[in-house]
Design a protein around this ligand. Sequence first.
Ligand SMILES: *[C@@H]1O[C@H](CO)[C@@H](O)[C@H](O)[C@H]1NC(C)=O
Ligand SMILES: *[C@@H]1O[C@H](CO)[C@@H](O)[C@H](O)[C@H]1NC(C)=O
Ligand SMILES: *[C@@H]1O[C@H](CO)[C@@H](O)[C@H](O)[C@H]1NC(C)=O
Length: 665
Amino acid sequence: MPLWVSLLALASVSGQFATASKPMISLHPPWTTAFVGEKVNLTCNAFLSNSPQETTWFHQYKWTKTSREIPGNTYEVQESGKYRCQTQGSGQSDPVSLEFTSEDLILQAAPSVFEGDTVALRCREKPGSALSAKVMYKDSRYQQALRDGSDFHIHWAALKHNGWYQCKALREDYNSVASNKVRIQVLELFPTPVLRASPSQPKEGSPVTLTCETRLPPQRSDVQLRFCFFREGQALGSGCSNSPELQIPAMWSEDAGSYSCQAQTVTVSVAKKSLKTHIRVQRAVARAQIHTRPPLESVFEGQELVLVCSVRGVSGPFSISWYRRPKLQDVATKIPFSPEAEFRISTVKSSDAGEYYCVASTSYLTFASRTVTIHVRVPVSRPVLTLMPPGAQALEGTELTLHCEVQRGSLPILYQLFREDTLLQERKTNSWRAMSFRFSLTARHSGNYYCTANNGLGAQRSEAVTISVKVPVSCPVLTLMPPGARALEGAELTLHCEVQRGSLPILYEFFHEDALLKKVETTFWRVGSFRLSLTAERSGNYHCTATNDFGHQRSEAVTLSVIVPVSRPVLTLRAPRDQALVGDTVELHCEAQRGSPPILYLFYLNDVTLGNSSAPSGGGVSFNLSLTAEHSGNYFCEADNSLGVQRSTAVPLRVKGELTLPTIA
Ligand SMILES: *[C@@H]1O[C@H](CO)[C@@H](O)[C@H](O)[C@H]1NC(C)=O
Ligand SMILES: *[C@@H]1O[C@H](CO)[C@@H](O)[C@H](O)[C@H]1NC(C)=O
Ligand SMILES: *[C@@H]1O[C@H](CO)[C@@H](O)[C@H](O)[C@H]1NC(C)=O
């Protein structure tokens, strides 16, 4: 960009630049002092001309004034004096004084120095003058030695550098020689800025433009300035920018206060802050207000969003316009007859996020609403629930992680974990699109799991994942119903085999003296049952086993005795001969075929007890009777095992005793 373009741009924004039509002289090389015989090119920089043309140069040396026209804008000179230039249609430039000297030592400097500049002062000896030990002075005070012909530098020039500079050197005969004195006067790069507000007392809801006014000198018109604005010392907007203007679309009473601005160079080598300007905001009766449907905090991508601008305090007709920042883009205009206008976004996208405001105008009044900031939230996608380690089966006691993750969705997200529709855990996260839940597996963790994710638009639910925890069977316990170690023959008995723990299905097996009686498989309950009708052979030891895919266990043994009532006994008499005689011994044998021992047998003759005998095991008992004459009659016996008494049929016996003993007549 040509210098003058940026200068004009600056002049137009900062609003005051009176010297724009004055050309400016620049030097090459940039020094105002040179040795006689050297040449300097003067260039006339005219800001309002863009094609090279004739330039008129004015030269004044003492009282001699000359002027000449030179084609182009460069003029090579070698004479001392003041030079000015002029181009067609411009005024005369400020003068530049050049001095061509024949002294032995000169100090060279640029014609002007501005704040923040880096300035070089060059101490030069005339060729062939054989000077040494050059030293720099400021206001007759030693500054530094200039070794090997180096320049003297002033960095970040400021007022403290003002003064008279001179360099000195030694001749071969050690006499000192001094240069010309150069006066450095550091010029202000730009004046302290002034903050202006337009309008200076804005009405509530109306815009205000802040302008930070300052200007750069023509020689430094290429310097880029940056501008920062403050309210009550706090930076406004998004920091400093290249624009000296800041637009506030609507002022509200709380925006009143002290405003200031700062202008600075890009490197901040020069920065100047304005005085404070107090901006008052006039209360407006008329107001424009925005509300949204749905409310601001739940604007979700893909849904409809309606912005409603309502105007209060003035009567129509209105025109209501909608704007969107930061682009200051006119998004929609409506001219309704009612004091309310809707702006509808049928499907909100993330690019619709931004600051919105509306401006209402009547024929005599224009006012804006506050801005509302729309954040477009992304609804959560359907979460996916995964198991770590993968697989739906895991042995009891292992660590399991359930991982619930969504692909999309604005944070924060609330994650919930359910088992069979019962909420187990929930957690909200501001930083992750996934959440993990950890368990040490126990049997009760079996079931169907799912998770939900919700960020305000309703929960999304994952598919269910079934976890079956593999539990080996515990040791079963065998119980008898009805309980007891003894049971009557013919009774019904139920055997229950039960485990406390163990994954289903479980196979139960019932054993009697290691012989398998029955297999029962259960898929619902942890108990297996088996019904048994008792016979005498069922006495003995019972046990059961429980088996599932993860283990096999055997119960302790349970002993059962089946007790049998005695059957009707049979009495037999054994005599040595067919006809029993007195003196014979008869053996009475009584025996019941069935009946749990011990059995007590009792012998009777015509209802008179003859004796008794107990049989501890089976087989019946015998009883010897030595016959007398009184032993004729009916014999019978009884069997008793405390479950009942049974009597045999009667057996008659006739005893004949008259054979050996004489009958006493
Ligand atoms: C002045 O400009 C002319 C033309 O560009 C050039 O030939 C000459 O060397 C320049 N002189 C100096 C001292 O720069
Ligand atoms: C069995 O016989 C003994 C003596 O022989 C007697 O004391 C007892 O009472 C008898 N028992 C019964 C039940 O008759
Ligand atoms: C009864 O008598 C017979 C024959 O004399 C004998 O063998 C048997 O052992 C006796 N029994 C008892 C119980 O005394």
